[in-house]
Design a protein around this ligand. Structure first.
Ligand SMILES: NC(=O)c1ccc[n+]([C@@H]2O[C@H](COP(=O)([O-])OP(=O)(O)OC[C@H]3O[C@@H](n4cnc5c(N)ncnc54)[C@H](OP(=O)(O)O)[C@@H]3O)[C@@H](O)[C@H]2O)c1
Length: 257
């Protein structure tokens, strides 16, 4: 008997699929999200070049185009909380999560609070206090970290709350449980960076990955990819939920096993 044929599905060109509205797509996705258990449903979002790099000259901005930004802000608009690593918040100079008043109005109209909670975890007091986020009086930020950083956080104009964790429980598992139980967070968007994504995967906490493949080659060879840290005991399997194209960028949404 001969081996069965290896078959592929052509995703592009897809007749009739042009003109897909990102907001409608995301609305449909978020309506279908099931109630989470003891932690929020966790969605990770990254943009990478075709050679797998996540930065150009140390930052991600040059990789993303308008399509990527539409998804980035569309996801932010729909989640209860946004998490990023301290390095990402510092290097990318995070400000308030929804800068545009129109997006905050849309959330209020949908019965949500105006802006998602911003959050981060630092085991060693690595607080990116110089990022504009911490200077924004309207921003609500939750920091999971050691008790010793409280005075530094209290001095910030932003509404910063410290959830002091013992060294033995400085994990994303503990932080996500607290986000769910103490802050009612049902959907969490994690915007990286690679170290945080690697750790979340290692703790088995990721439900979905949004990955924009930018039509660019960065070169180099030493820059980070979307994950960093110890290799996983087994590779995590991904199931493609959708694949969109716009101006040569590919936008994949995967379910993570
Ligand atoms: N292309 C993209 O989509 C994208 C997205 C995000 C970021 N980036 C880029 O990625 C770079 C920053 O990423 P990064 O990987 O250096 O840093 P990161 O993931 O933003 O933050 C790393 C920090 O997270 C803290 N952390 C808490 N728990 C951890 C754990 N279990 N394991 C590891 N770290 C833990 C650590 O601080 P403590 O030691 O204090 O715990 C660590 O230093 C920037 O250049 C940014 O531009 C690109």
């Amino acid at each position: 008997m001969s081996d069965p044929p290896i078959v592929f599905r052509r995703l592009l060109p897809v007749p009739g699929a042009a003109g897909l509205d990102v907001d409608a797509l995301l609305d449909e996705m978020f309506h279908a999200i099931a109630a989470p258990g003891e932690r929020p449903r966790t969605i990770v979002n990254f943009v990478a070049s075709a050679d797998g790099r996540v930065t150009v000259k140390g930052r991600s901005g040059e990789l993303g185009d308008e399509g990527d930004r539409a998804l980035f802000h569309g996801l932010r608009q729909r989640v209860d909380a946004v998490m990023a690593g301290p390095n990402t918040i510092r290097i990318e100079r995070y400000g308030r999560i929804l800068g545009k008043a129109e997006r905050r109005r849309r959330r209020l109209a949908a019965g949500m609070v105006a802006e998602p909670l911003a959050c981060l975890l630092t085991r060693n007091g690595n607080v990116p206090i110089e990022a504009p986020l911490f200077a924004e009086p309207d921003a609500r930020v939750v920091v999971f970290g050691p008790a010793a950083i409280k005075p530094e956080l209290d001095a910030c104009p932003a509404q910063v709350e410290l959830v002091a964790l013992d060294p033995s429980e400085m994990t994303f598992t503990a932080a996500l449980r607290r986000l769910r139980s103490d802050y009612g967070v049902r959907t969490l968007l994690c915007e990286g960076g690679p170290m945080v994504f690697g750790a979340l995967l290692g703790e088995g906490l990721v439900d979905e990955l949004f990955l924009t493949l930018a039509p660019k080659l960065v070169g180099g060879g030493t820059g980070p990819s979307i994950t960093h840290g110890p290799e996983l005991p087994e590779p995590a399997s991904l199931r493609l939920q959708w694949l969109l194209e716009r101006e040569h960028s590919l936008f994949a949404r995967y379910a993570v096993n």
